[in-house]
Each structure stands twice: as C-alpha cells, then as structure tokens.
Design a protein around this ligand. Structure first.
Ligand code: NAD
Length: 495
C-alpha cells in the first residue's frame, strides 16, 4: 500500500485572466474556459477560446511575416531565441509554480521542464546561424546550389503533459529555420504555455505575426488550425489516434507533418545488469511525472532468473512512494492531470486485477487529504499475457506492466509485441547484447543502462504507431525546412 499523502504547504493563488493586453499574440475572442489545479480543483486561469476568425488572423499574420528579414537573417533569429531562453531561466521559479498548479506535476519536475525548454531554445539559437545548403559543380559552367528554406506557417499542436517543453521543442527549430508558428496548447494547460511564450512574443526584434497562439479544444480549434489552408506544416504531439486524424487532414493539401505520438515502451532488465541502478531506473522510468510521459517505461521485461527478487524489491520501493501535492517537496507521486484521466487509469488498475496480478499499490486513496485531487496510487501488475490490454494500450499513468523472458530472442519478441515504437531501455553489462538488441528492438530511441535521458543535440521520435519525423538535433531542424535547388548555367542552353 502506498505511503500517506504528503501534507500541503500552499500559498494563496490569484487566478490568472488571459489573454491580457500584454499578450496580443494570443488570438482568442470567444467564450471563456478555465483550467483548474489537479491537486485541489481550484481555479488556476480563465482564458478565452479562439474563434475561426482568430485562427484565420493568426495564420494570416504568420504568412505576412514569414518573408523578408526573418527568413534571411539567422543572427536575428538566434538573438530572439537566446533572449527567449534567458527569459525562461530568469522566470523559472514563477513559471514552475504555475506549471505545477495547472498541470499537477512535482515542482522539481516543473523546474526541469522550464530549464529543458530553455535548453531547446539555446541549442536552436546556435543552429539558426548555420543553416546552409551545398554548391555542386554539375558540368562545364554549370552549378547547382541548394538552399534550406523555411516551410512557411507551422501549426504546433501539443499535449498537456509537458506543456512548455513540447511546444518549445517544435517552435524553437521552426523559428530557427525561419518559419512562423501558431501554437495551440492543450486545453487543460493553456496558461503555462501562454505565460512562458509571452516574453518571446514581446521580443522587440521579433516581427509581428511570427509567433501566435490560439486556444481552445482540440476538436474545434486544433482541428480548424490543422485544416487551415494557410498552414503549410503541422508539428503535432499527442495521441496516436489523434495523430492519424491530423495526417488525414494534412493529406488533403499535402502539408508536411511531424508526428510525435504515443508509446508503450519496454524497459528490459537482464540478469547481468547493474542491479541497483536498474531498480532505480525501472521505478523512475514508470513513475516519474506520475507515468504521464510518452516515453514512460510502462512495460518492465525481466529475465526469469532475477524476476522474483527484482519485483519484490521494486514493489517495496513503490509501496513507499508518497502520493501528494506537487507543491509539497516530500511528494513522490503528484496527481494526474484531470478527473477523466484519473478515472481512466483507475479503470485500467481494475482491469489489471482481472488480466493479471496486482503486486504493488493500486488501492484507492480515500482519505480526506486527497479527496479534492486527482490522485492515483502507483501500481505494478504482473502475470499478463502478451495480448493483455495492460500490455498493449498506452495508459498514461502510474501503472507498470511486468513480463518475464527466458532469453534474448524472447526479450526482443516481447519488446516488439505492441503497435508502438517510441523508446526502450536495456539494462545489461554485455555490450554485444546491448548492440544486438539496440538494433532489433523497434523504437526511435534506445537507452542503454539509463532511461529518459534527453539531450537537445540527440534526435528523438517514433516508429510504427509512435510517429514519424524526428525532433531535436540537426534532423529536428531540417524537418522544418524545404530544400530548394538553384541551377546556374553559364552557357544558356536547354540540353
Ligand atoms: P491529444 O491527442 O488528445 O491532444 C494533443 C493536442 O492536439 C492537444 O493540443 C489537443 O487539443 C489537440 N487536438 C486534439 N484533437 C485534435 C484534432 N482533432 N485536431 C487537431 N488537434 C487536436 O493528446 P493528449 O491527451 O493531450 O496527450 C497525451 C498523448 O500525447 C499521449 O498519447 C502521449 O504519449 C502523447 N505524447 C507524445 C509525445 C512524443 O514526443 N511522442 C510527447 C508527449 C505526449
């Protein structure tokens, strides 16, 4: 059973009213909607939803701004992104508190998120100055020159679990490459995205219209944005099924897409693994951010000879985790984002009792101290068949499915047995095995003797139903460009 809910040292909060006059980059003139605190149910912010005319205005402003100095001056784009990174770092404490209040995650994780976003902005500030093509001699007096040009107006649709890092991870390379962006944050977490982007949008050197934000539900505003004929590329992060729908709409006008979608990532522990590290790694992979990470190691694959002992130690660790308010520094497991998410995860835990055996956590937290919050106790389920729903479906909460294997081939087969292919972890001291499994496991990222370590320099992304395209790194920048070829002929001729 999980440790008691942590106590809550809360200061009073004055709900934000957005957009304000300082946030003219937010185009939202429709009905008000609210975001609430997952720990208490209190009002965090009241914002307006965007109307179709607002989406039109945001896209139109982007199209008007995207040519000229912005497209051709990498140093200008670098300065703007550097100042954005600086503003995030300067306001990290204030933004982290807003993020925790609106999304629920632990304050420590919120700070990591803000600083992670600053890192993306910094990295792509550097890249903005070194976007280049090639020059090729193609024959006597004939030269080809390739240019990497911006795509145009990019719609950035992002989910609620990392409401600042994820928009920034797309927006920073898109801006570095000279595009305009219209950001549509998740409707559960609009305030943190708007508050963090405000200094960027207000940058004195940023041409008006290059950064806009529209607010509201995915089904209405997100949909209107991705279908808008003026949008030339969609950088979508979210559920696989939503991503498939986005791609269908993109096909109507042959828009470029970058899709960062769901996952059900295997974390594979071999008997020769550094055991204490693997234990800590398995717990963190499954339960950090209350399991609401696309790359969560939500399937633990254990080699049979160590399975019982490993599982007993992991269950003891998980039972000792403190479930509580993200603002309380003693909290290990913060609330999930919403009541509907809470219900869905608790249903999966109930299903786990039927499909397998619950070996840790999973009991409802029904004390008065957590009645107002969206709390879910972390759970570990074992004895599951490979086709069990707990093995196959993304739960997006603190629920770990455990499977056991006898040899490398079975580990590979189990790792690859879902429709997802976002990430995987391997814990072993055998480098030959790590290399072989690194090649055979179907995933965009494989962590070896670590998990969920992200570096802006290193590409991430999914295969199978986990997405297409890559974010981060040099490839993450190239996604937001088109290659144009100029062909110069010194002796004008046809052929
Ligand atoms: P979601 O698909 O419901 O929504 C994502 C975003 O798209 C939100 O802004 C939403 O408002 C918008 N949206 C919803 N329907 C839309 C539509 N029809 N047209 C256009 N936009 C629409 O996802 P969610 O529940 O907010 O987030 C959780 C999901 O995100 C999980 O599946 C998780 O794995 C995934 N995710 C993936 C990554 C990654 O990098 N691969 C990162 C984080 C989260």
């Amino acid at each position: 059973m999980s440790a008691p809910v942590a106590s809550t040292p809360r200061t009073e909060w004055t709900p934000l009213e957005l957009p304000t006059a300082q946030q003219a980059f937010v185009r939202a003139s429709g009905a008000a909607f609210e975001s609430t605190d997952p720990a208490t149910g209190d009002l965090v912010a009241r914002v307006r939803a965007s109307e179709p005319a607002d989406v039109d205005a945001a896209v139109g402003a982007g199209r008007a701004a995207v040519r000229g100095a912005w497209r051709d001056d990498g140093a200008l784009r670098a300065r703007v992104l550097q100042r954005y990174a600086h503003a995030l770092r300067e306001r990290a404490d204030e933004l982290a508190e807003l993020l925790t209040r609106e999304q629920g995650k632990k304050l420590f994780e919120a700070r990591v998120e803000i600083l992670g976003a600053a890192n993306h902005a910094d990295y792509y500030a550097g890249q903005a100055r070194s976007i280049h093509g090639r020059a090729l001699p193609l024959g006597p007096g004939v030269h080809g020159v390739t240019l990497r040009e911006p795509v145009g107006v990019v719609a950035v649709n992002t989910p609620w679990n990392w409401p600042l890092t994820l928009p920034t991870r797309s927006l920073a390379p898109a801006l570095a490459a000279g595009n305009a962006v219209v950001v549509k944050p998740a409707s559960l977490t609009p305030a943190i995205t708007v508050a963090a982007l405000a200094p960027l949008a207000a940058d004195p050197e940023l041409p008006e219209g290059i950064v806009s934000c529209v607010l509201g539900s995915g089904a209405v505003v997100g949909d209107a944005l991705v279908k808008h004929p003026g949008v030339e590329m969609i950088a979508f992060t979210g559920e696989s099924t939503t991503g498939v729908g986005v791609m269908r709409h993109a096909a109507d006008r042959l828009k470029k897409v970058s899709l960062e979608l769901g996952g059900k990532s295997p974390n594979i522990v071999f008997a020769d693994a550094p055991m204490e590290k693997a234990l800590a790694g398995a717990a963190a992979a499954a339960f950090s951010s209350t399991g609401q990470i696309c790359t969560a190691g939500s399937r633990l694959l254990l080699e049979r000879s160590i399975a019982d002992e490993f599982l007993a130690k992991l269950a003891a660790k998980v039972d000792a985790l403190r479930v509580g308010d993200g603002l309380d520094p003693s909290t290990d497991i913060a609330p999930v984002v919403s009541r509907s998410q809470q219900r869905s995860i608790l249903d999966y835990i109930e299903l786990g009792r039927k499909e397998g055996e619950l070996v840790a956590g999973g009991r409802p937290l029904d004390g008065p101290e957590h009645a107002a919050g969206c709390y879910v106790p972390p759970a570990i389920v074992t004895g599951l068949a490979p086709d069990a729903r707990l093995v196959q479906e993304e739960i997006f909460g603190p629920v770990l499915a455990v499977q056991v294997f006898d040899d490398d081939d079975e580990a590979i087969a189990l790792a690859n047995c879902t429709e997802f292919g976002l990430a995987a972890g391997l814990w072993t001291s055998d480098l030959n095995r790590a290399w072989r499994l690194g090649r055979e496991v179907e995933a965009g990222t494989i962590w070896i003797n670590t998990y969920n370590r992200f570096y802006t320099e290193l590409e991430v992304g999914g295969v199978k139903q986990s997405g297409m395209g890559r974010q981060q790194g040099v490839v993450g920048l190239e996604e937001f460009t088109e290659v144009k070829s100029l062909n110069f002929d010194a002796n004008p001729s046809l052929w």
